[in-house]
Design a protein around this ligand. Structure first.
Ligand code: E4P
Ligand code: PEP
Ligand code: MN
Length: 480
């Protein structure tokens, strides 16, 4: 709708529709001069600083072409959406929201199907509904999706039956198949990752705004979950939620207004040859945003203070996560805050702790205490997956559901004893009925793992286990 004079009516579009399109890689930058300078500095630093866990691309000319191609593509997310998520993360930092981040350890191109994406979203929506009830605050829904294609590895090679090849580093770099050609890094995969992310995000937006996310459906799905006799221990909470829904209906709540949800995309900003060309100047503010996803994080293996990853995230304005393991050095963490969040912007920096069930109660308190004393305003999120991985007797990388629950329990205990805020959870999950993590009501045991072990990297909670975790965490939240 336009006025007769051809001017768009004011106030019709949300502010975030402002395009963030000025391109990276130093090509045809039309944005504000300050932004162009900042972008040039980001690009220079990304190539000069030491970057851990990067692929060794065999053909640098092909890589340059790919980087230029990515730089010419539209952004996947808008700067204003990232700012909105920063505000949501800020709310979580003070207990006015709770964050749920979840999705595959490693997305693959082959698994980016409509059914898989729908089922993952469905699982996250179901978990979020339960957590919302438990927390009595909005749940910020963030998928490890639409960009989670890169993996850091403990070893750069993999040996099977005497044959040693480069390790699989995620579909964005090489192929999981165990033969020489498949494991060669191929820069064309960066372009495929962009298109797969774009298609995924398109479906995410459709599912979360087109009616699929209607709270009434989500509630029915959850009723179905609890009706399964294996899940009887969650009946009480499910009954309470059901009552709350009926109470809302009786009060005349507008359920039609609850047919859409905000949903954000997150991934580890690992391969800088992907993140860098997707970094753009926001035409509103001249600031830089990594438009490959709303929230990006730096992993435990790449968070070196003087390394390229921390430098990169310090230069973009997205909400940023940093994973912290049990050996995180407190002084280093404090210097990291100065670097990534010098202005102490609430919601800007999230620490995703991944300590291990047996370690969290010892390792987390001092860290939280010192960070709080420093005056920082970080959001604390618990990743109960990465500190609890072990090899099963049958040779699979696995995790035990009980360890996962126990780490979240420790996370709540530590924050409650310090008077700080447990802001959310970060989990590896799928909407499918895989057998990758042990335990849960279905009592998956070692010998079950081979039945449906489909992850190309870490073991994920399956649909049932994910919902169980949501119910258990909702109980913990309700005990506040
Ligand atoms: O999520 C990631 C994994 O924990 C990480 O890639 C390391 O895995 P690896 O020890 O199998 O290499
Ligand atoms: C590699 C991951 O985690 P971390 O950096 O915490 O090991 C991950 O989230 O898949
Ligand atoms: Mn993982």
């Amino acid at each position: 709708m336009r006025t007769r004079a051809g001017a768009p009516p004011s106030g019709d579009y949300p502010e975030w529709v402002t395009l963030t399109t000025d391109t990276a890689a130093g090509q045809g930058i039309a944005g504000p001069a300050a932004g162009a300078e900042a972008l040039a500095a980001l690009n220079a630093a990304a190539t000069e600083l030491e970057a851990a866990q990067q692929p060794t691309w065999p053909d640098t000319a092909a890589l340059s072409e790919v980087v230029a191609t990515l730089a010419s593509y539209p952004p996947l997310v808008f700067a204003g959406e990232c700012d909105q998520l920063t505000q949501r993360m800020a709310a979580a930092s003070v207990g006015e929201a709770f964050v749920l981040q979840g999705g595959d350890c490693a997305e693959t191109f082959a698994s980016a199907t409509a059914d898989n994406i729908r089922d993952r979203i469905k699982t996250i929506l179901q978990m979020a509904a339960v957590l919302t009830y438990g927390a009595s605050v909005p749940v910020v829904k963030v998928g490890r999706m639409a960009g989670q294609y890169a993996k850091p590895r403990s070893s750069s090679v993999e040996t099977r039956e005497g044959v040693t090849l480069p390790a699989f580093r995620g579909d964005i770099v090489n192929d999981f198949a165990f033969h020489e050609a498949a494991r060669q890094p191929d820069p064309q995969r960066l372009v495929r990752a962009y298109h797969a992310s774009s298609a995924t995000l398109n479906l995410v937006r459709a599912f979360t705004t087109g009616g699929f996310a209607d709270l009434r459906y989500v509630h029915e799905w959850n009723r179905g979950f609890v009706a399964n006799s294996a899940n009887a221990r969650y009946e009480k909470l499910a009954h309470d939620i059901d009552k709350a829904m009926r109470f809302m209906a009786a009060c005349g709540a507008d359920f039609d207004a609850m047919r859409t949800v905000e949903f954000y995309a997150a991934h580890e900003a690992l391969v800088l040859d992907y993140e860098r060309p997707l970094t753009r100047i926001d035409s509103r503010s001249g600031r830089l945003y990594d438009t490959s996803g709303h929230f990006v994080w730096v992993g435990e293996r790449t968070r070196q203070l003087d390394g390229a990853h921390i430098d990169f995230v310090s230069r973009v304005s997205n909400p940023i996560g940093v994973k912290l393991g049990p050996k995180a050095d407190i002084d280093e963490v404090l210097r990291m805050i100065d670097k990534v969040d010098p202005d102490r912007t609430p919601g800007r920096l999230t620490f995703i702790t991944r300590m291990g069930a047996g370690t969290i109660r010892d390792a987390l308190p001092a860290l939280v205490d010192k960070v709080t004393a420093s005056g920082a305003t970080v959001t604390w999120i618990c990743d109960p997956m990465h500190g609890n991985t072990f090899e099963s007797s049958t040779g699979y990388k696995t995790r035990d559901f009980e360890d996962i629950v126990e780490e979240v329990r420790g996370f709540f205990e530590v924050h409650r004893s310090l008077g700080t805020v447990p802001g959310g959870i970060h989990v590896e999950l799928t909407g499918n009925d895989v057998t990758e993590c042990l335990g849960g009501a279905e009592k998956i045991i070692d010998s079950d793992l081979e039945k449906r072990y489909e992850s190309v990297c870490d073991p994920r909670l399956n649909h049932q286990q994910s919902l169980e975790l949501a119910f258990v965490v909702a109980e913990m939240l309700g005990q506040a």
